[in-house]
Design a protein around this ligand. Structure first.
Ligand code: NDP
Length: 399
C-alpha cells in the first residue's frame, strides 16, 4: 500500500499510470502531475474505474520549490519522473529536500547542449546515501531492461562477459513520412549526436550514423541498424567488471534517415537559438511543434519492436554466446493501454522498478543504475506485466 507521484503526462507516463493501476496492491494511490493539467486529467479519464486512487495536479518540474510543496502535500513514497531529462536534477533536489525515493528513465541533459551523461546525477550519491533514500536511474527499456539483462546474464550465465551488443529494433509503421516514437526533441538530439562504443577501457567516438550493420532480428526480420552513443554504456562499462567492448545499435529506415538528413541540412535540428520575426526560437523546438505528438501514434502504429542484448564471454572456461530480448507488438500495446510499443516498453519497466523500491527489494540508500540491483525479481515481473523475454544460446553475432 504505497503512494506514487508520477511527473509528466506524455506517452510514457500514460503507460506507467495504467500499469500502476494494474498493480494496485502496491500502488494504492497515485498523483499525476505535469505542466499541462488537461493532459493529466485526460489520462485519468482514460483509466475508467480503478482500485488505485488517482488524482491530478499541475506542476512546473523545472521549479524545485513547486515540487517540494507538491511532495509535502501529497507525501508520496516514491517520485516517478517521466517528464523530460531536463527535469532530472530539479526533481532529485526536491526528493532530497523531502526525503522521498526517486526513479527516472533517462539521464540528465542540459537544455543548451546535446550531451547526456551520468556525472550530474552520480554527483548526488553521497547526499542520497546520507538522506537514506534511493534513486534508481534509467529504468525504462534502454536504459533500463538492457542493464537488467546484463546483470541477469552476469548472475546466471557468465563468469566473464567479454562483449555486449545492445540491439534496439523498431519495425513499427505509423504511416507518417516522418515522426519520432518518443519526445521528438530528445530523440533527434540523440540520433544526430556522434556515435560511440566502449573498447578496452575507453570510449571511442564515431561520426553520427556512420557505422551500419544489417541484422536478422527474431520475429521482425532483417533490418539496417546504426551505432549510437547510448547512456547505459557509461554505467555498464563500470558495473560489468572486465567487459572488453560495449556497443549500442538502433534500427532506422532509409525514409527516416533521408528526412533527418534534409532537416539537419536546412538547420531544423539545431538547438542554437535563431531570431524569427522579432523573437528568439530554437529550430528543434519549432520542429517538435510541427511533428506528430508521439502519444498520438498509438492507434496508427502497426508492427513489432525487438530490443535485447547479445553477450559473449566464458563460463567455467567454456565460451558462451547468449541473446536475451523482448518482442512487443504496437497494436497489442495500444489495445491494452492506448499507447504504442515504445512508450509501453519504457513505462512497464519504470512501474516495475518503482514497485521493487516500494517493496524494499530494490531499496538501498544512494544513487544506482539498474544493473546494481538483483535482476531476478525484475525479470519475473517483466513477464507478469506484459514484456515477456526470450533467450537463445546460439544467436547470430554482430561483426
Ligand atoms: P513526452 O514529450 O510525450 O512527455 C513528456 C511529459 O513531460 C509531457 O507531458 C510534458 O508536459 C511533461 N513536461 C515537460 N516539461 C515539464 C516541466 N517543466 N514540468 C512538468 N512537466 C513537464 O515524452 P515521452 O513520454 O515520450 O518520454 C518521457 C521520458 O521517457 C523522456 O525523458 C524520455 O527521454 C524517456 N524515454 C526513455 C526511454 C527508455 O527506454 N529508457 C525510451 C523512451 C523515452 P507537456 O504535456 O505540457 O508538454
Amino acid at each position: 500500500m504505497s503512494k506514487a507521484l508520477i511527473i509528466g503526462a506524455g506517452g510514457v507516463a500514460n503507460v506507467v499510470i495504467h500499469k500502476c493501476c494494474q498493480n494496485y496492491k502496491v500502488f494504492s494511490e497515485i498523483l499525476i502531475a505535469s505542466r499541462t493539467l488537461s493532459k493529466c486529467d485526460a489520462i485519468k479519464a482514460s483509466l475508467g474505474n480503478t482500485i488505485t486512487k488517482v488524482s491530478t495536479a499541475k506542476v512546473d518540474a523545472d521549479n524545485t520549490k513547486e515540487l517540494v510543496a507538491l511532495i509535502k502535500s501529497f507525501q508520496p513514497d516514491i517520485v516517478i519522473n517521466v517528464a523530460l531529462p531536463y527535469q532530472d536534477l530539479t526533481i532529485m533536489d526536491a526528493c532530497l529536500e523531502t526525503g522521498t525515493d526517486y526513479l527516472d528513465t533517462a539521464n540528465y541533459e542540459p537544455r543548451d547542449k546535446a550531451k547526456f551523461e551520468y556525472s550530474w546525477q552520480w554527483a548526488y550519491r553521497k547526499r542520497f546515501e546520507e538522506a537514506g533514500i534511493t534513486a534508481v536511474l534509467g529504468c525504462g527499456f534502454d536504459p533500463g531492461v538492457s542493464g537488467v539483462f546484463c546483470a541477469y546474464a552476469q548472475k546466471h550465465y557468465f563468469d566473464q562477459i567479454d562483449t555486449i551488443d545492445i540491439l534496439d529494433a523498431n519495425a513499427g509503421d505509423h504511416g507518417y513520412p516522418f515522426a519520432t516514437n518518443f519526445n521528438p526533441e530528445i530523440n533527434i538530439r540523440e540520433v544526430t549526436a556522434n556515435g560511440s562504443y566502449y573498447e578496452n577501457g575507453s570510449f571511442h567516438e564515431t561520426p553520427p550514423l556512420s557505422v551500419k550493420r544489417v541484422y536478422n532480428f527474431p520475429e521482425i526480420g532483417e533490418k539496417d541498424m546504426y551505432l549510437l552513443h547510448h547512456e547505459e554504456m557509461e554505467s555498464l562499462a563500470i558495473n560489468i567488471k572486465g567487459v572488453r567492448r560495449i556497443r549500442f545499435f538502433m534500427t532506422f529506415s532509409e525514409r527516416y534517415l533521408t528526412h533527418l538528413r534534409v532537416l539537419e541540412n536546412v538547420g531544423m535540428t539545431s538547438i542554437k537559438p535563431v531570431m524569427f520575426e522579432g523573437r528568439e526560437i530554437i529550430p528543434l523546438q519549432f520542429l517538435k511543434a510541427l511533428l506528430p505528438d508521439p502519444a498520438s501514434l498509438g492507434p496508427r502504429t502497426k508492427g513489432k519492436t525487438n530490443i535485447g542484448c547479445i553477450f559473449t564471454g566464458t563460463k567455467n572456461g567454456n565460451p558462451v554466446h547468449y541473446y536475451v530480448y523482448n518482442v512487443c507488438d504496437h497494436q497489442e500495446c495500444y489495445k491494452e493501454v492506448g499507447s504504442q510499443a515504445i512508450s509501453y516498453t519504457t513505462g512497464v519497466p519504470a512501474m516495475i522498478g518503482a514497485s521493487l523500491v516500494l517493496e524494499k527489494l530494490w531499496k538501498k540508500p544512494g544513487v544506482y543504475n539498474v544493473e546494481e540491483f538483483d535482476p531476478d525479481p525484475f525479470m519475473d515481473r517483466l513477464s507478469i506485466f506484459g514484456l515477456p523475454w526470450k533467450e537463445s544460446f546460439d544467436p547470430e553475432l554482430v561483426d
